[in-house]
Design a protein around this ligand. Structure first.
Ligand code: SF4
Ligand code: FES
Length: 233
């Protein structure tokens, strides 16, 4: 198998290119392991980001054959022939496969991703019924990898769009029975660059490595935003 890996070092002053690396695909080998082997045996200057190796930290997201994936979750046996490996789209490249995640995290800050409380805290923890907690199960699995953001055509058209991951987090707090932010939180997403820019293309659903459905969360936020305008909740 051959990996064609995107190479770019802004400090070197050379245009981007793809380098070809032959890899012996061993049974059970992940793309991350292949990249690690290339860095150890063929080119130690190859830059890529990873941490947990277990699809938990979200840091190894990259474009594989044009589709955002986690390198540690991608098995070589599922890839064929010449494989194109590139940095996540829609984010500035720092070096090779490493992108600047700042613009992606900035979107999270815009939606105030934390519980807002109006009443004094209870003496002990804030309790939730199991059915209330179940509403959060899926969204709590998000590893902030940016795959959905990188696959979204609306993000490509205008980077000021909040994007699927930040809107998913907005839903996570809007749906949390302990949150008392209510309409204040919704105001942050009920705007042109918020939920109303989502055109339900569903790329985010296709690529999410944690099988989350950000599009469904965005539709739920749209419903809440409309009901809020008519003061129905
Ligand atoms: S919703 Fe899925 S694809 Fe998007 S950041 Fe979270 S884990 Fe990654
Ligand atoms: S290394 Fe943590 S998700 Fe891949």
């Amino acid at each position: 198998m051959t990996l064609n890996v995107f190479r770019f070092d802004p400090e070197a002053g050379r245009p981007p290119r793809y380098d070809r690396f032959p890899v012996e695909a061993m049974p059970g080998m992940s793309l991350l392991e292949a990249l690690t082997e290339i860095a150890e045996r063929q080119d130690p200057s190859l830059a890529f980001r990873y941490s947990c190796r277990g699809a938990v930290c979200g840091s190894c997201a990259m474009s594989v054959q044009g589709r955002p994936r986690l390198a540690c979750q991608t098995q070589l046996k599922d890839l064929r022939g010449e494989v194109l490996v590139a940095p996540l789209p829609h984010l500035p490249v720092i070096k090779d496969l490493v992108v600047e995640m700042g613009p992606f995290y900035q979107r999270f800050e815009e939606i105030m991703p934390y519980l807002i409380r109006r009443t004094p805290p209870p003496e002990r923890e804030l309790l939730q019924a199991p059915r209330e907690r179940r509403l959060l199960d899926e969204v709590a699995d998000c590893v902030w990898c940016g795959a959905c953001y990188a696959s979204c055509p609306t993000v490509r058209q205008g980077p000021s769009y909040l994007g699927p991951a930040a809107l998913l987090q907005a839903y996570r707090f809007a749906a949390d029975s302990r949150d008392e932010g209510g309409r204040e939180g919704l105001r942050l997403v009920d705007r042109e660059e918020g939920v109303w820019r989502c055109h339900t293309v569903f790329n985010c659903v296709e690529v999410c490595p944690k099988k989350i459905n950000p599009a469904r969360a965005i539709q739920a936020l749209k419903r809440k935003a409309l009901l809020g305008r008519f003061k129905l909740w």
